[in-house]
Ligand binder design. Sequence first.
Ligand SMILES: [Zn+2]
Length: 123
Amino acid sequence: MTPLVMAPPAATAPAPGGELHYRRCEWCNSATASTHMLCPVCGSADLAPALSAGAGTVQRLLRPSRRGPLPGRPYLVTLDEGFSVPAGVVGGLPGAVPIGARVELVSAEDDGRLLTFRPVPRT
Ligand SMILES: [Zn+2]
């Protein structure tokens, strides 16, 4: 069991923050989430740590059974670097983050396992 994370006091619109680390394969240059120990493409263990810019695209809604501790609704987010992570998306219309929407990282907690994104306003 993971203890519940207390909401920060006086929360208005959270500023973008947190660092999302990932790994890039030294052999085939594939990007993978930092939770993977081996490259899912070529199986190499030579993965170099890297830091994501935190910008990505909503890929799909996850099944509620996979929600876990994620805040908001659980989505699979594909980062611009080319890897995907399960993450909560907050701040959008209730239950209506469109697939393909651009999102940015708000926070990364629990060593990057608890990720929160928010939609990027269209300009
Ligand atoms: Zn590889």
